[in-house]
Design a protein around this ligand. Structure first.
Ligand SMILES: [Zn+2]
Length: 286
C-alpha cells in the first residue's frame, strides 16, 4: 500500500510535496525533505530549520565525563514497561520505529514526579562499527544508539507534547558490537519485510522493552536537549546511560540492510554532536 510519509513521531510538518497534490505524491511517495546525505544531511538542516544553529539546547552532544556534575539529588529512575504481545515495526525512511501500544511509564530521576509515557523506540547506526551513535562519550562514538521515547502525560498526547520544553524524555543507550542481544532479535530477525522505506509489519512475537535497558540503570548522564531530527524541537530531557549494551555484528548488519528515503542503504543515520552552549550535564554517579 502506498501511503505518503508523515513523520508521525517527531513532527507534524508535512513534506512540502504533500501540499502539491496527489499526482506529485504518487511520483515521489518516499521523498523526504531531509536525510543524511551530503545534499540533505545535518549540515543542511539549518536552511529549513534555523533552530539547528540558533537553538540553545540542540542534541546530540559530546558528553565529557569529567565535566559532568554529580548531582546527589538525582533519584533512581522508575521505569515500568509492559511486554508487547506483538511487535509493530515501521521503516520510516530514516530509521526503524518500534511502536509501543502497552502503557509503559517513566518517572523519577531528573523528571521527578512528572509522568512520561512510553511511545516508541528506534535506533541510529553507522555504516560500520566505528561510528553510529548520536551522543559521544569523551569523544568516543559507538556502533549504534537506541532511543526509547516517552511523552509527558501532562500534555495528553505525543503530538501535543512533542514541541513543549518539557514534552519528551528519551533514554539513550549506547550499542557496542559484541554478543547477540536476545531481546533485540525479535526486531533484527524480522526486518525482511521492512527493507523499503514506508514498509510496516506486525510480528506476532512478544517483546519486552525492559530487556533493552542496560543492567545498570542507576548510572546515567542527563541534560536538556532537542529532538535530533528535523524539526529539531527543543523538547527533550535526555537520559544517557553510562553502561552500553551489546548487539552482534549480524544484528547491526540487519539494520544496515534497510533502504532509506533517498534510496540508499540506511547507514550513518545520526546527527553529529552539537555545541553545548553553556549547558551543564549532570551525572547520577561519581
Ligand atoms: Zn533518535
Amino acid at each position: 500500500m502506498l501511503k505518503p510519509q508523515v513523520d508521525e513521531q517527531f513532527g507534524m510538518k508535512l513534506p512540502t510535496y504533500l501540499m502539491l497534490g496527489h499526482m506529485l505524491v504518487s511520483c515521489r511517495v518516499w521523498a523526504s525533505d531531509w536525510g543524511y546525505t551530503e545534499e540533505n544531511g545535518p549540515k543542511t538542516w539549518k536552511k529549513d530549520y534555523p533552530i539547528a544553529v540558533t537553538g540553545r539546547r540542540q542534541s546530540p552532544i559530546n558528553i565529557v565525563s569529567r565535566k559532568a556534575e554529580y548531582d546527589s539529588d538525582l533519584k533512581p529512575l522508575n521505569i515500568e514497561y509492559l511486554p508487547e504481545d506483538e511487535v509493530k515495526l515501521k521503516n520510516n525512511g530514516h530509521t526503524i520505529d518500534i511502536q509501543i501500544t502497552q502503557p509503559g511509564f517513566l518517572t523519577g530521576g531528573p523528571v521527578g514526579n512528572q509522568q512520561f509515557r512510553l511511545a516508541q523506540f528506534h535506533l541510529h547506526w553507522g555504516a560500520d562499527d566505528t561510528r553510529g551513535s548520536e551522543h559521544t562519550i569523551d569523544g568516543e562514538a559507538f556502533a549504534a544508539e537506541l532511543h526509547i521515547v516517552h511523552w509527558n502525560t501532562t500534555y495528553g498526547s505525543f503530538a501535543a507534547a512533542v514541541d513543549k520544553s518539557d514534552g519528551l524524555a528519551v533514554l539513550g543507550i549506547m550499542i557496542e558490537s559484541g554478543d547477540v542481544h536476545p531481546g533485540f532479535s525479535v526486531v533484527s530477525d524480522n526486518l525482511d519485510g521492512l527493507i523499503q522505506p514506508g514498509s510496516t509489519d506486525t510480528i506476532s512475537s512478544s517483546l519486552d522493552p525492559t530487556d533493552l535497558l542496560p543492567d545498570n540503570i542507576d548510572d546515567y548522564w542527563t541534560y536538556e536537549g532537542s529532538v535530533p531530527i528535523p524539526p529539531l524541537y527543543e523538547s527533550v530531557r535526555w537520559i544517557v546511560f553510562k553502561e552500553p549494551v551489546e548487539f552482534s555484528h549480524d544484528q547491526l548488519n540487519a539494520l544496515r540492510s534497510l533502504i532509506d528515503s533517498d534510496g540508499n542503504p540506511m547507514q550513518d543515520n545520526f546527527r553529529p554532536p552539537q555545541p553545548r552552549k553553556g549547558r551543564q550535564v549532570k551525572a547520577s554517579f561519581q
